[in-house]
Design a protein around this ligand. Structure first.
Ligand SMILES: [Zn+2]
Length: 363
């Protein structure tokens, strides 16, 4: 039996409207309406077309309905530039993320969220960033690894797949569990800023959502302050000299040189004239899009441990894909670029406990 929800999910994942989907399948729009409302079972040739266009196996379309995030609760980075189709694709990817996450939750103990709701206090983004640093015991130290930090505080981190490549990041709450999706096609510095930006949404905009006009600005200000605490920046950059020295200095916080220049100006350490000068230099040198001397991209320690543990038990991604009714290619997309091949250290039998290295010097 065809599950109409699955047809709609596949269409959303492809980022297609009903009209676009109908064109791809070479049918009229009414047929799509009937398929998505469950009024008809597809003919054999139509089923074959569905499989060909979506590249999903036939059994995908008879799987159970998957929970999806509520579109209103999702913060899309650079939301204004994100089309409805991209949002649909991202939400469908998140539905696959939920299914994978639930499967893992049933087998592994991972940290639960301790993210405070800072939206309750009337904090500025700067104050919220410092409040979170204090609460998590980070003080003014640089953050060595954003993904580990998020995961150690119970945030579920996934990669953004290729269909949604022009989307940088998004996040949302699912009951008491926060989720962050990060584009794995960007520089390490950009991805860390995106992660901090989404963290800002999660702690500042949990109740109200991220749709109000100042939400993006607040999340950016939060990210800037969270990654580059004022006291540390002032201590480490006593005076501004050359772009080359700023490129060396940005490595301390693993931020883009453009983000450091912006922060220095915001903190009053760089005059407007200097700021204009460096802004022009950054544009001329192409450093806005092509980060100079980039850091190595971050990998998820938790996902590496989970999959290494499963691999030792002989459980592959293909096995999980079959069990949760999600295409293996989509599981690959959810983890693309955030799972490396670091050697695991896991417990023996039963529920595996994932322990993160809680070294405060290297968060
Ligand atoms: Zn945002």
């Amino acid at each position: 039996m065809l599950n109409p929800d699955r047809v709609k999910l596949a269409r959303m994942r492809l980022g297609l409207t009903k009209v676009g989907f109908a064109e791809k399948l070479d049918v009229d729009r009414k047929t799509i309406n009937r398929l998505e409302s469950g009024d008809t079972e597809p003919s054999e040739p139509l089923m074959q077309k569905l499989v060909k266009v979506t590249k999903y196996e036939p059994h995908f379309f008879s799987g159970k309905s998957l929970e999806q995030p509520d579109a209103d609760g999702v913060s899309f980075r650079s939301m204004r530039s994100v089309t409805q189709k991209s949002r649909d694709a991202a939400i469908a990817a998140a539905a696959f993320g939920y299914a994978l996450d639930d499967w893992v939750t049933a087998r592994f103990n991972r940290p639960t969220s301790d993210l405070p709701d800072l939206g309750l206090a009337d904090y500025s983004a700067e104050t919220a960033a410092m409040a979170l640093r204090m609460e998590w015991g980070i003080g003014n130290r640089p953050i060595n690894h954003m993904i580990n930090l998020l995961e150690s505080h119970g945030v579920r981190v996934f990669a953004l797949a290729e269909q949604t490549r022009h989307l940088d990041a998004y996040s949302f709450w699912r009951d008491d569990t926060p989720y962050v999706f990060l584009n794995s096609g960007t520089s390490c510095e950009r991805s860390r800023f995106d992660a901090a930006h989404e963290l800002g949404h999660l702690v500042m905009h949990r109740k109200e959502g991220a749709r109000h006009h100042s939400a993006e600005h607040e999340a950016n200000a939060f990210a800037s302050a969270f990654l580059m605490p004022e006291a540390d920046v002032i201590a480490q950059v006593p005076r501004i000299s050359t772009l080359q020295s700023l490129i060396a200095q940005k490595k301390r916080w693993k931020v883009s040189v453009a983000a450091l220049v912006y922060r220095l100006n915001k903190l009053g350490r760089m005059s407007e004239r200097q700021y204009r000068h460096f802004s022009i230099l950054l544009s001329q040198s192409g450093y806005r899009n092509d980060e100079p001397e980039p850091a190595e991209r971050e990998q998820s320690q938790i996902w590496q441990k989970v999959f290494s543990h499963l691999w030792r038990q002989g459980i592959t991604r293909a096995h999980i894909a079959r069990e949760i009714g999600v295409p293996e290619s989509e599981i690959h997309n959810l983890l693309h670029g955030i799972t490396g091949r670091a050697p695991p250290s896991v417990d023996g039998t039963g529920m595996a406990t994932i322990r993160l290295v809680d070294n405060l010097g290297a968060i």
